[in-house]
Design a protein around this ligand. Structure first.
Ligand SMILES: *[C@@H]1O[C@H](CO)[C@@H](O)[C@H](O)[C@H]1NC(C)=O
Ligand SMILES: *[C@@H]1O[C@H](CO)[C@@H](O)[C@H](O)[C@H]1NC(C)=O
Ligand SMILES: *[C@@H]1O[C@H](CO)[C@@H](O)[C@H](O)[C@H]1NC(C)=O
Ligand SMILES: *[C@@H]1O[C@H](CO)[C@@H](O)[C@H](O)[C@H]1NC(C)=O
Ligand SMILES: *[C@@H]1O[C@H](CO)[C@@H](O)[C@H](O)[C@H]1NC(C)=O
Length: 219
């Protein structure tokens, strides 16, 4: 008795391997970036890693060290998770960056001061605070349209097909966990400089004067 050449057994084995290859390829990798002391690691992870578990991330993900001096401002079209311990690391990675779907986990122990982070195009934010167990994970959704518009990468059409540029200001002291996460949006703002003159560096926004903004404060 001998196993036929094209036996079920080998066929099954091959299809399983084939399926696994396809499965791994079709999984979406998440980008996880963590800053600790002066080190920045940029990782691509298949699995969800427990917050602030640096050694697990180094083990399970494909990570590279990023030198702050070579870092460029980029935009993130898919999920981005950032673990941080202080505002300077966060500002370096995130201030004036475009991110649609963001998860921020505060892994430090020293309370953070009130500083403002400016994020373009933020659609959904999840925040996690390791220190205070009181408010484990909270989230805020600023808009839900998922259509990828061609043309202006910052602008999104709303239901009435009007172009809006989404800009969010996030108060970093929210990670101290003293209160629930809140957000407040002002829609259809024609000029940020005019409507929010006391916002620091509002001159940055005067360049795209022909646009309508949705300004969101997250605190
Ligand atoms: C992290 O890596 C992703 C690609 O995996 C890249 O798009 C992004 O720019 C990198 N970010 C930094 C801060 O190096
Ligand atoms: C996801 O990351 C793994 C390594 O962590 C890599 O082998 C695989 O090619 C990546 N997949 C995609 C779709 O980028
Ligand atoms: C982000 O940049 C603005 C303008 O340079 C600055 O005022 C602000 O403090 C920065 N945010 C953080 C968290 O450092
Ligand atoms: C936005 O404001 C402009 C000018 O004030 C107005 O014509 C337009 O209808 C507004 N759009 C929405 C969606 O409120
Ligand atoms: C501003 O918008 C108007 C009407 O939509 C358009 O005709 C004009 O060309 C725009 N100007 C600039 C500088 O984009």
């Amino acid at each position: 008795y001998s196993i036929p050449r094209h036996s079920c057994c080998s066929l099954n084995f091959r299809s399983i391997v084939c399926f696994l290859r396809w499965f791994v390829r079709s999984q979406k990798n998440h980008t996880l970036i963590f800053t600790r002391e002066s080190t920045i690691r940029n990782c691509s992870c298949l699995a969800d890693i427990r917050d602030c578990d640096y050694s697990l991330a180094n083990l399970m993900c494909n990570c590279k060290t990023v030198l702050p001096s070579t870092m460029e401002k980029t935009s993130y079209n898919s999920d981005l998770t950032i673990w941080f311990t202080d505002t300077s690391g966060l500002e370096m990675l995130l201030n004036f960056t475009r991110v649609c779907d963001l998860k921020l986990s505060f892994c430090g122990t020293t309370p953070l001061p009130t500083e403002y982070l400016t994020i373009w195009g933020l659609r959904k934010l999840r925040v996690n605070n390791k220190v205070k167990g009181q408010f484990p994970e909270q989230s805020v959704t600023i808009y839900s349209s998922s259509n990828n518009e061609k043309g202006d990468p910052l602008a999104v059409h709303n239901r009435d097909r009007q172009m809006f540029v989404y800009i969010s200001f996030l108060d970093t002291s929210l990670f101290n966990g003293y209160s629930l996460l809140k957000s407040y949006s002002v829609e259809n703002v024609s000029s940020i400089t005019e409507h929010f003159p006391s916002l620091l560096h509002s001159d940055v926004f005067s360049m795209s004067d022909n646009k309508s903004y949705v300004v969101t404060f997250i605190y």
